[in-house]
Design a protein around this ligand. Structure first.
Ligand code: ATP
Length: 247
C-alpha cells in the first residue's frame, strides 16, 4: 500500500487582494485513511486552508497560493477545482450550498452528473440513503425545506457520490443542535471507517472534532501552533483551557 499521505501541504501562503496575508507558511499532512482535525479560533485561516487545497480561493486571476499542495502523490496547485474533484477530492463547504428549488433526489442526480459525468444509478442512491435514511424519507421534498441538519446530510451525501479519496469538511457542526451534531459525527466516522475516505475536518467545536479525529492541528494567525494525536491534544493543558473550555 502507498504509505505517502493522501494530502501534504507545505509552507502555504495566501494573501487576499495582494494585501491581507491569511496563511503564513502553513504545513500539515493527512495520512491515508485517517481523520485529521484542523482547529483554531475565528479568523485563524481554517476555511482558507481548505480552499487553498480545493482551488476555490477567491484570488485574482492566475494568482496561486505560494507553497506546495500534494494530493495523492502529486502537486495539484495547477489543477482546476473540477479536475481535483475528478481525481478524488471533495469539498463540503460551510453553508451547505444545496439547490433549494430541487428535491433531495434531484440534488443527488445533479451532483452525480456534475461530479462524475454520468447518470445516477441505484448504487448512488443506496450509498447516500444507506448513511442518511432521513434523506430517503425526504427524497421527494424540496431541499430548501430541509432542516439545517438535513441540509448538512445532503451536502455530505452529495460529496460521497464522487467516491472521494479525501473529503474536506468545513464546520459540519455549524448551527446544529447537540444531538444532531453527535449523529452527523457518528456518520462521518462511519464513512471514514467503512468507505476508507480520508478526511480533513475544520471545526470550531474542538471537543467533538477530537472525538472522531485521529490527529489534530491547531492554527492561529495562519500557521500551525500545536499538533498531535487527538489523545495527546485532549490531555494538553493549553488545549484544554483555550480550545476545549475545560480548565
Ligand atoms: P471562521 O471560523 O471564522 O470561518 P477561519 O479560521 O475559517 O475562521 P478564514 O475564513 O480562513 O478563517 O478567514 C481568515 C481571514 O481571512 C479572516 O480575517 C477573513 O476576514 C479573511 N478573508 C477570508 N476570505 C477573504 C477574502 N475572499 N478576501 C479577503 N479576506 C478574506
Amino acid at each position: 500500500m502507498d504509505a505517502s499521505p493522501i494530502l501534504q501541504i507545505n509552507n502555504i501562503e495566501v494573501i487576499y487582494n495582494k494585501a491581507v496575508q491569511v496563511l503564513r507558511g502553513l504545513s500539515l499532512a493527512v495520512p491515508r485513511g485517517r481523520i485529521v482535525a484542523l482547529l483554531g479560533s475565528n479568523g485563524a485561516g481554517k476555511t482558507t486552508t481548505l480552499k487553498a487545497v480545493s482551488r476555490l480561493l477567491d484570488l485574482e486571476d492566475g494568482e496561486m497560493p505560494k507553497g506546495e499542495v500534494r494530493f495523492d502523490g502529486r502537486d495539484v496547485r495547477h489543477l482546476a477545482a473540477h479536475e481535483l474533484v475528478r481525481s478524488g477530492l471533495s469539498h463540503v463547504m460551510e453553508g451547505r450550498h444545496v439547490f433549494e428549488d430541487l428535491t433531495v433526489e434531484e440534488n443527488l442526480v445533479a451532483a452525480t452528473y456534475a461530479l462524475t459525468g454520468r447518470k445516477a444509478v441505484k448504487a448512488d442512491f443506496d450509498l447516500v440513503y444507506g448513511y442518511f435514511p432521513r434523506l430517503h424519507e425526504r427524497r421527494r421534498g424540496l431541499a430548501g425545506y430541509l432542516s439545517g441538519g438535513e441540509q448538512q446530510m445532503l451536502a455530505i451525501g452529495r460529496a460521497l457520490l464522487a467516491r472521494p479519496k479525501l473529503m474536506l469538511l468545513d464546520e459540519p457542526s455549524l448551527g446544529l443542535s447537540p444531538v444532531l451534531v453527535d449523529s452527523i459525527f457518528d456518520i462521518i466516522a462511519r464513512i471514514n471507517a467503512e468507505q476508507g475516505v480520508s478526511m480533513l475536518l475544520v471545526e470550531q467545536n474542538a471537543s467533538v472534532a477530537l472525538s472522531v479525529a485521529h490527529y489534530g492541528y491547531i492554527m492561529e494567525m495562519g500557521k500551525v501552533v500545536i499538533d498531535g494525536t487527538s489523545q495527546r491534544l485532549k490531555a494538553d493543558a493549553d488545549v484544554r483551557e483555550f480550545y476545549l473550555g475545560i480548565g
